[in-house]
Write a protein that binds this ligand. Structure first.
Ligand SMILES: [Zn+2]
Length: 482
């Protein structure tokens, strides 16, 4: 493909393209090589030595830097909690751009927010509501549909959503008011399987979590150090086992979100086989942090599932290596500090922000400290999430795909601080952490939106992305992890 395109440019020798990025090391999910890349009309047109590429109106010097596909973060929450004005599309996609994330997958609820009060609104309203945010977006975005009402009407809404480019559906098996029971999961999985879409489940066994929460409240154990006991690892493993069993029986494509512990990963591995039906992610915080954060930072790192033990953190890498876990996402949620800083942990909302810092943090943890390869980094943060969620134009540097490209300086260090957050979240659970690796430039479909580490693009550069039905059968990428 590359060669053919080069030849065609050679034939039209006078052709001038928009941009050439030269002098850096190009990283894909399988290789690292010193080469250059030509972009025109928002598309990657050719890869090769600069001499053989067409002339360009703009040359970006990438000397000493890695040229990687833009990160695809398939798990972010933007602008969904009523009353919490924190995260807007403008602020959170600006944070994404600064973090080298060029596509995010957010959630559309059955209505314009996650409240279940308005019985008259449906998933289509939720999708339209989020699609209308495109003029605020710095990066591209797609949506998962959330099925949080367990009625037959909900199943009927799946078809409309698939037609609207929303090809994955999230359900909660949880203590939240948006949770559904196993009977509804079974029905929904069959419906989703028939449409060849993807089912995503928040898996924590609800009754166990409720019993533990009640026990801790009665005992007055409101200090954040007790929080992990309220959602134990075995509850996550029990939930995963139940959802995986249903997925296996119904034949649905199943994606396990925010895997946090060894026991849950073991369950996923038990059902995974070749990955054509069962896949799963972990999140940045489960790979970088351990449960000592609750003593150090109180309620700020309250996320669900909880941040676990050091052994669980090791397990995330073991299972990423095996391929049981194939994606690292953020589960980015935006809150002002005041919402999180409450006396008893059970009054804290769940979630923490990290979309701006995920790439440098995971680079530090995986590549710098553990010696994983750059292709490994690119596969779990760019290529695998794009392929898993039906985004063939994203997560790759193949000619013909979108020019979503990040220049990453792997040697420049920086300190994570919420004072540099473009996100409206006013804290970071990584505050003060020193990381090696900095995003210097971000291009979204060929347009420079971050230059020299500063936001230079404008809101509205991003678009809603209509997603295909994912083809997991065609999985080819095999990455050398070291
Ligand atoms: Zn989430």
């Amino acid at each position: 493909m590359t060669k053919q395109l080069n030849n065609s440019y050679a034939l039209f020798g006078l052709m001038v393209v928009e941009t050439v990025i030269a002098g850096g090391h190009l990283v894909t999910a399988t290789t690292v090589r010193q080469t250059s890349i030509a972009i025109d009309n928002g598309i990657i047109v050719s890869i090769g030595n600069e001499e053989v590429l067409p002339d360009a109106r703009r040359r970006i010097d990438a000397t000493g830097q890695l040229i990687i596909p833009g990160v695809v973060d398939p798990h972010v929450h933007i602008d969904e909690v009523p009353g919490n004005r924190a995260g807007t599309y403008e602020s959170e996609t600006a944070a994404a751009a600064l973090g080298g994330v060029t596509t995010v997958l957010d959630f559309a609820w059955q209505g314009t927010d996650r409240s279940i009060a308005n019985e008259n609104s449906n998933l289509y309203d939720g999708i339209e509501h989020k699609k209308a945010k495109a003029d605020q977006a710095y990066v591209d975005y797609g949506l998962h549909g959330v099925l949080h009402r367990d009625d037959p009407e909900t199943l009927a809404q799946i078809d409309t959503a698939v037609d609207a480019g929303v090809t994955s559906f999230k359900l909660f098996m949880s203590t939240y008011d948006v949770g559904v029971n196993a009977g509804f999961l079974d029905r929904a999985f069959r419906h989703i399987a028939d449409r060849n879409a993807v089912a995503i489940v928040h898996t924590e066994e609800p009754a166990v979590c409720t019993a533990q929460l009640d026990r801790l409240r009665e005992a007055g154990k409101g200090d954040a150090i007790h929080y992990p006991d309220s959602r134990p690892d075995y509850a996550e493993a029990m939930g995963a086992a139940a959802a995986l069993r249903l997925a296996d029986e119904t034949g649905v494509k199943y994606y396990g979100v925010h895997t946090s512990c060894r026991k849950a990963a073991e369950e996923i591995e038990r059902f995974r086989r070749d990955g054509s039906r069962i896949r799963a992610e972990t999140c940045t915080h489960y790979t970088v942090l351990d449960d000592s954060v609750y003593e150090e930072q109180g309620t700020l790192p309250i996320v669900a599932p909880p941040i676990r033990t050091d052994d669980d953190r090791e397990a995330m890498f073991d299972y990423l290596e095996k391929g049981t876990l194939s994606v690292v996402s953020t589960d980015h949620v935006v809150y002002h500090r005041a919402f999180k800083e409450v006396e008893n942990w059970w009054n804290s909302p769940y979630g923490a922000n990290s979309v701006q810092w995920s790439l440098p943090l995971f680079h530090q943890e995986a590549v710098v400290e553990r010696g994983y390869s750059y292709p490994f980094l690119v596969s779990v943060m760019c290529t695998n999430p794009a392929e898993t969620f039906g985004l063939p134009q994203k997560g790759t540097l193949e000619p013909g795909t979108d020019a979503d490209i990040v220049l990453f300086d792997p040697n420049e260090s920086q300190t994570v601080t919420s004072s540099r957050n473009a996100s409206n979240a006013t804290f970071s659970i990584y505050e003060g952490r020193e990381v090696t690796g900095t995003v210097t430039t971000t291009l979204v479909r060929g347009r420079v939106i971050v230059d020299d580490g500063e936001l230079v693009g404008s809101a509205g550069t991003g678009s809603f992305v209509d997603r295909d039905r994912p083809q997991w059968e065609k999985r080819t990428t095999q990455t050398a992890t070291r």
